[in-house]
Design a protein. Structure first.
Length: 338
């Protein structure tokens, strides 16, 4: 077999993905000294993460607070600068773009932030908030911008009569709808949703999740959903990645990872989710993790989860497990088949 022939399947797989991330790292320097000039270490917030998302798909990224999920999402959009690795959106290498080319390319990828009030300028009314991304990218006349704003508000379930109102005049759910509308204004290919419903009441969470589903169908959107709530991720996602201390430890389609988790950390996360059936809730096994999340500035040797894992063995301290594939489309970084 020739080298060209051998490489063909890899090119075909990549061409199917809208977003392709390879070995992404984001390390923040730890500085010391009177003027903080000496670097004494690094916080390894994201430490070699690879994943891909097909067009029209929703990828859910879950894990505890502090595991690097939000930093990963911000690095994909170049809000945080990656230390190493590559991010490709379609045929473009996002990590290689600079200055004006990067600014123009940002229209293809947008973000919905966790705090809807903190992400909206309190001095701008709704029309100004929605028109701003269009002005930055030079899209349309003022009349065309207003028309698009009205259409987008209608898509997220808000009337055009809110155009003159300010963010503080809305409820939390309405503000999140505004945040989604702003992300939609440029009709991007990819939207990164960072904890899109965690700041909302439970009754409103379902409405916003259903809205995200409807918008995906209407506009052909691709989502990267970052969350710690496994129920939210299960409702929204086609594929799920479980992140621990800067690394992906398990990845599979949504049903597989919830029905047959293979990594001890995933099992522990799922065991903490309450069950609606009281009989199941009374009899199911709970996995209680000991200790706190280790520092990303000084992660444990070998398997990073071993210090909290109930099944840890000597090999876990000596060798870092690779992300292997024990079942079709199911990957896990563990030395054992659990």
């Amino acid at each position: 077999m020739s080298a060209d022939t051998a490489a063909e399947p890899q090119r075909s797989e990549t061409s199917m993905s809208l977003l392709s991330v390879e070995d992404l790292e984001v390390h923040f320097p730890i500085r010391s000294g009177i003027v903080l000039e000496r670097i004494v270490g690094h916080v390894r917030a994201v430490d070699g993460v690879s994943l891909s998302i097909d067009a029209g798909q929703t990828y859910g990224l879950v894990g505890e607070s502090g595991c690097g999920k939000t930093t990963f999402g911000r690095a994909v959009l170049r809000i945080e600068e990656p230390t190493a690795g590559s991010v490709r959106l379609g045929d473009a290498d996002v990590t290689a773009l600079r200055s004006e080319r990067l600014r123009r390319f940002r229209s293809k990828m947008q973000m919905v932030f966790q705090d809807p009030l903190g992400s909206l300028n309190p001095r701008h009314n709704v029309e100004m908030l929605l028109a701003e991304p269009l002005k930055v990218h030079g899209v349309g006349s003022k009349a065309e911008q207003r028309k698009l704003a009205v259409e987008t508000l209608d898509a997220v379930g808000l009337p055009s009569s809110v155009m003159e109102r300010y963010p503080h005049e809305f409820s939390g759910g309405q503000r999140q709808r505004l945040g989604i509308a702003r992300a939609l204004m440029l009709r991007p290919d990819l939207i990164v949703c960072d904890e899109p419903v965690s700041a909302l009441d439970v009754s409103i969470q379902a409405q916003v999740m259903n809205l995200l589903d409807e918008l995906q169908d209407e506009f052909g959107l691709t989502y990267l959903v970052i969350a710690h709530d496994l129920a939210v991720v299960r409702h929204l996602s086609d594929r799920v990645g479980v992140m621990y201390l800067g690394k992906i430890v398990e990845e599979a389609d949504s049903e597989s990872i919830y029905e047959h988790p293979r990594h001890p950390y995933t099992k522990a996360l799922l065991s903490a989710v309450p069950q609606p059936d009281p009989e199941v809730e009374a009899t199911r096994e709970r996995i209680i993790l000991k200790g706190d999340l280790p520092s990303p500035a000084n992660p444990p040797s070998g398997c990073r989860f071993r210090t909290r894992c109930p099944w840890a063995q000597d090999i876990c301290a000596d060798e870092e497990p690779i992300l292997r594939q024990p079942a079709p489309a199911h990957k896990v970084a563990c030395h054992f088949d659990l």
